[in-house]
Design a protein around this ligand. Structure first.
Ligand code: SAM
Ligand code: SF4
Length: 396
C-alpha cells in the first residue's frame, strides 16, 4: 500500500519538475512515507525525521514531507517538534496530495516528466480504509472506513499499467477482497482485470480470510491468470485469542479455508502476532501447531505492539520477556518453512513470469531460475528439477 502511495506522490512531483533519486545527498526533497501499525515502525520514521534536520541545513531550498499513517496519527503537532518539516500529508489525504503541494506554495509547478516503468508489477489501489475493528489494530482509525474505487476507474488504471508494459498487476487494499460494487464482487473484478490485453498475471494484497468463501473460489478457479499465492493473515492459532482479537473466524474455519485454497494449488503465506495481552502458553502453542497444520510457505511474525485508541491497548500487557521468548520460538519454527516449501515444488509443473532473462517468479510465488534466457515479462511453462535453498531450477 505504501509503495503504491509513494508512486502516486512521486508521480505528482515528477509532473512538477522533480526527478527521482535514491541518494539523499543528491536530493532537494525527502518524503518519509510512514507506517504506524507497530510502535517501532512509527518510532523509526520519526527518528529519521530528526536526523534530516542536519541534511536540510546543509543546502538551502531543501524540503521535507512526512506522509502516510504515522503522519495521519501525529498530524501537525509534528511541525511543533520538528519546525523544519515543510509538509505533513496524512494517509487519508493521499487523494489531495497535489492540492496540498500547491496550497503550500513550497514546491515548483514547472511541468516535468512522468514516472518511468520499473519492474514487473503495476500496483493499483482498489479500496482504502477498513470496516473491521480488530482489537489490536490502529488501521481503521488512521485510514478510516472502507471506500471502494469504482470498477470503471480501476479497469482504466489497469489498462494504463498494461500499456506501460507491466505484465503483472497487483490489486491493493487494507482488506482488498472486501471490494464490492452494486452488482460486482471482488472475484468478478479479478476476472475483469485479468481479461485486459497485456495482463498476464494478477495478484492481490492483503485479503481478509472472512471473504475467502466457496463462492469466491468457485468464481476464480478456472482463471489461471490469477496467481496461485495468497497472503492470508492468520494472526493467531488460538480460537480464543482470535475471538478476543475480533477477527471473525476460528482456527477451524481458517484451516478449512486454507485447505480449500490448497486444493486449487495456492501457496499461502501469513502474518502472526505473538503476545496479544490475553495469550496464554496454551494459546501460543496453538499458533505453533497452526504453522505446522496450515503448511504456510512463509510467515511474518510480529511482537504485539499496543496502539493508542485500540480496544486491546486497555488490556494489561504481558511482560516483554515473554513476548521476546515467544517471538524467538516462533521465528525458529517458521525459519525452515521457505526451504521446505521450495523442496515440495520439485517435480511439479511451474508457470514462471520472467523478471530477468533467466529468473522469474512462479504463479505460486517461488523464485525460479531457468537454464535458457527469455524476454523479460514472458511466461514460461516448465517443470521443477531441483530446489536450491530458496530458488527453484527448472527443466526448459
Ligand atoms: N488487513 C490485514 C488483515 O486483516 O489481516 C492486515 C493489515 S495490518 C496493517 C498488517 C499486519 O500488521 C497484520 O496482519 C498484523 O499481523 C500486524 N499488526 C497489526 N497491528 C499490530 C499490532 N498492534 N501489533 C503487532 N502487529 C500488528
Ligand atoms: Fe487492521 Fe486488517 Fe483488522 Fe482492518 S482487518 S482492523 S486492517 S488487521
Amino acid at each position: 500500500m505504501n509503495l503504491a502511495d509513494s508512486e502516486e506522490m512521486a508521480a505528482h512531483l515528477l509532473t512538477r519538475g522533480y526527478t527521482q533519486t535514491d541518494c539523499l545527498e543528491e536530493a532537494d526533497l525527502a518524503i518519509i512515507n510512514t507506517c504506524t501499525v507497530r510502535d517501532h515502525a512509527e518510532h523509526r520514521a520519526v527518528s529519521f525525521l530528526g536526523r534530516l534536520r542536519q541534511w536540510k541545513r546543509e543546502k538551502s531550498g531543501r524540503r521535507i514531507i512526512f506522509a502516510g499513517c504515522a503522519a495521519q496519527r501525529l498530524g501537525n503537532k509534528l511541525k511543533k517538534i520538528f519546525p523544519y518539516l515543510d509538509l505533513v500529508s496524512g494517509a487519508k489525504e493521499i487523494d489531495q496530495f497535489a492540492t496540498l503541494l500547491d496550497r503550500s506554495g513550497l514546491f515548483p509547478t514547472a511541468p516535468g516528466g512522468t514516472l518511468s516503468t520499473q519492474g514487473i508489477t503495476g500496483y493499483v489501489t482498489i479500496m482504502r480504509g477498513c470496516d473491521f475493528a480488530c482489537s489490536y489494530c490502529i488501521v481503521p482509525s488512521v485510514r478510516g472506513p472502507v471506500q471502494c474505487l469504482p470498477s470503471q476507474i480501476i479497469l482504466e488504471q489497469v489498462r494504463q499499467k498494461a500499456a506501460q508494459g507491466y505484465p503483472e498487476i497487483t490489486l491493493l487494499g487494507q482488506t482488498v477482497n472486501a471490494w464490492q460494487e452494486k452488482n460486482k464482487t471482488f472475484a468478478d473484478l479479478l476476472n475483469e482485470v485479468s481479461a485486459i490485453d497485456g495482463v498476464k498475471r494478477v495478484r492481490f494484497v492483503s485479503p481478509h480470510p472472512i471473504f475467502v468463501t466457496p463462492v469466491f473460489l468457485d468464481k476464480i478457479k478456472q482463471n489461471k491468470k490469477i496467481a496461485r499465492h495468497i497472503h492470508l493473515p492468520a494472526q493467531s492459532g488460538s480460537s480464543k485469542v482470535l475471538q478476543e482479537m475480533k477477527r471473525g473466524y476460528t482456527r477451524e474455519i481458517l484451516l478449512e479455508k486454507i485447505f480449500a485454497l490448497k486444493e486449487l494449488g495456492f501457496s499461502i503465506s501469513t502474518d502472526l502476532i505473538v503476545g496479544f495481552p490475553t495469550e496464554t502458553e496454551a494459546d501460543f502453542e496453538q499458533t505453533l501447531t497452526l504453522v505446522e497444520e496450515a503448511g504456510f510457505s512463509t510467515a511474518y511474525c510480529f511482537k504485539y505492539s499496543p496502539r493508542q485508541g485500540t480496544l486491546a491497548a486497555q488490556m494489561p500487557l504481558l511482560c516483554e520477556k515473554i513476548l521476546e521468548q515467544r517471538l524467538d520460538i516462533l521465528l525458529n519454527r517458521v525459519k525452515g518453512l521457505a526451504q521446505q516449501s521450495y523442496q515440495q515444488q520439485v517435480g511439479h509443473p511451474v508457470q514462471v513470469l520472467m523478471e530477468t532473462p533467466n529468473k522469474g517468479r512462479s504463479s505460486n510465488n517461488f523464485w525460479v531460475q531457468t537454464q535458457k534466457n527469455y524476454t523479460i515479462g514472458t511466461i514460461v511453462e516448465s517443470e521443477v528439477l531441483q530446489a536450491a535453498d530458496t530458488l527453484l531450477i527448472v527443466r526448459d
